[in-house]
Design a protein around this ligand. Structure first.
Ligand SMILES: [Zn+2]
Length: 443
């Protein structure tokens, strides 16, 4: 039974699923309040469905309490009549997050183009709170509900980076430093668990309801019954590198801190493995080095807000981002998908529309192709490049190696972005070359 405005009726604490109060406690609550309005209460019934006549009726001062299937209590939505009682919570928060995301993405019409960092800041301030709302209560054991949140996050990050809907998911996080929402919610749930555990030592009488509720949840989990702790263990076990949470002995803050570190490592391992296994990213992204602001040294970071996203020219930044993250419109990418009735062809047949010899991919387009217009642009680029970083000359043996060599050098990133933009314009203005392998060679 829930008060619509989250009125405190005693010990109700939703944090660990104490989602109902019994009538005796309600009577106590009524005794302490001089203005209990019957219209302010809703009731929900959880458990196996029955015929409407089979449900008991609840009354306060003889007046019936309204029966509802969805209700919001302290910002958390509960739903009956479905296996997932948090279904409405995910749906409502995803809807609000999408609305906030769309407002941020539409801001450029009023204030001009925002930098990627500004968009990231707005995302963390306005969208992330909805995506993480109630994550310490509603654990992500239902993939369908979690997907609602993931789709909002991916949509925003793709639009922020200027990528299409088919872009690899892992790059959205590796390039922005934003955690995948699944990992972020799990991490925050653990952090909250660590906070609850500390409540025991706050004073001599550990009577905090949430701490007591946690002990109940642990007892249920140890007897293999449904509980918040068991849900948390399920979520942890389903991560890319499963994390185990031992509940056989007393749970300590140190155990939770270790689990939080393991969740972070699991997330980094997932991103690294995705970048290394995808044909669209494995040539350029794995093992990149980024400047560490604390030590001033180049170190490997699986997630970080990459320096090239700080390029102020939106067009140049997006062109370079697309070249790096395979969001461009060169043949190697476009012929990966069926487009206007043109069939997909193996990589070796996605040839350059100008030289018709080599695969049309970013390093070929930017550093190799001998099309006159491209060579003219490249000549100016190389003159400036070698003047700025002379040691780069002759360092790489392959076009991809040359691209990898240039990418971490912050001083020439705007130059590289301009080259990417100019090259993209030339290729976008030319029709794609469509050649097909002999029928017998198609797998
Ligand atoms: Zn070419």
């Amino acid at each position: 039974m829930l008060h619509r405005d989250g009125w405190n009726i005693g010990w109700v604490n939703i944090v660990l699923c104490a989602i109902y109060v019994n009538l005796s406690l309600l009577r106590v609550a009524c005794a302490h309040s001089s203005s209990v309005m019957i219209g302010e209460f809703d009731r929900l019934i959880f458990g196996p469905r029955q015929a409407p006549a089979g449900y008991p009726s609840f009354r306060i001062n003889g007046k019936p309490i309204k029966h509802v299937e969805k209700a919001c209590y302290l910002g958390i939505w509960l739903q009956t009549g479905t296996r997932n009682i948090w279904k409405e919570q995910y749906a409502v928060k995803a809807k609000k997050a999408r609305r906030a995301a769309n407002v941020i993405l539409g801001l450029d019409r009023f204030v001009g183009n925002l930098t990627a960092w500004d968009m990231r800041t707005l995302y963390m301030a306005r969208v992330d709170p909805y995506l993480t709302a109630g994550c310490d209560v509603c654990l992500d054991v239902n993939f369908k509900s979690l997907k609602l949140l993931e789709s909002v996050q991916c949509m925003f990050l793709r639009r922020m980076l200027g990528l299409g809907s088919r872009s690899t998911r892992a790059v959205l996080f590796s390039e922005t430093g934003i955690w995948p929402i699944k990992y972020r919610r799990t991490y925050l749930a653990l952090k909250n668990l660590g906070y609850i555990l500390k409540l025991k030592t706050e004073d001599d009488k550990p009577q905090r309801p949430v701490w007591n509720a946690l002990q109940q949840s642990l007892s249920l989990a140890r007897t293999k019954k449904l509980s918040w702790i068991n849900d948390l263990r399920i979520v942890l076990a389903q991560l890319h590198v499963p994390v185990t949470l031992d509940i056989s002995s007393e749970m300590t803050g140190a155990m939770i801190e270790d689990a939080m570190k393991e969740v972070k490592h699991s997330m980094e391992a997932w991103i690294d493995s995705e970048l290394e296994s995808s044909a669209r990213t494995r040539d350029l992204l794995p093992g990149r080095l980024e400047m560490d602001s604390e030590s001033g040294k180049l170190i490997k970071k699986s997630l970080d807000f990459r320096h090239y996203l700080r390029i102020t020219s939106t067009n140049h930044r997006r062109a370079l981002t697309r070249m790096i993250l395979s969001g461009h419109s060169l043949a190697v990418e476009r012929r990966r998908w069926q487009e206007r009735g043109k069939p997909v062809v193996p990589r070796d047949w996605r040839l350059c529309c100008f030289c018709k010899t080599y695969v049309e991919d970013p390093p070929h387009a930017m550093f190799m192709c001998e099309h006159p217009a491209l060579m003219q642009i490249r000549e100016i680029f190389l003159l400036k490049l070698y003047a700025e970083v002379p040691d780069v000359r002759g360092k790489a043996r392959t076009p991809w190696g040359f691209f990898r060599e240039l990418l971490p050098r912050r001083e020439i990133t705007p130059l590289l972005a301009k080259l990417a933009y100019d090259v993209s314009k030339i290729f976008d203005s030319a029709p794609m070359l469509c050649v097909y392998p002999p029928a017998s060679s198609v797998a």
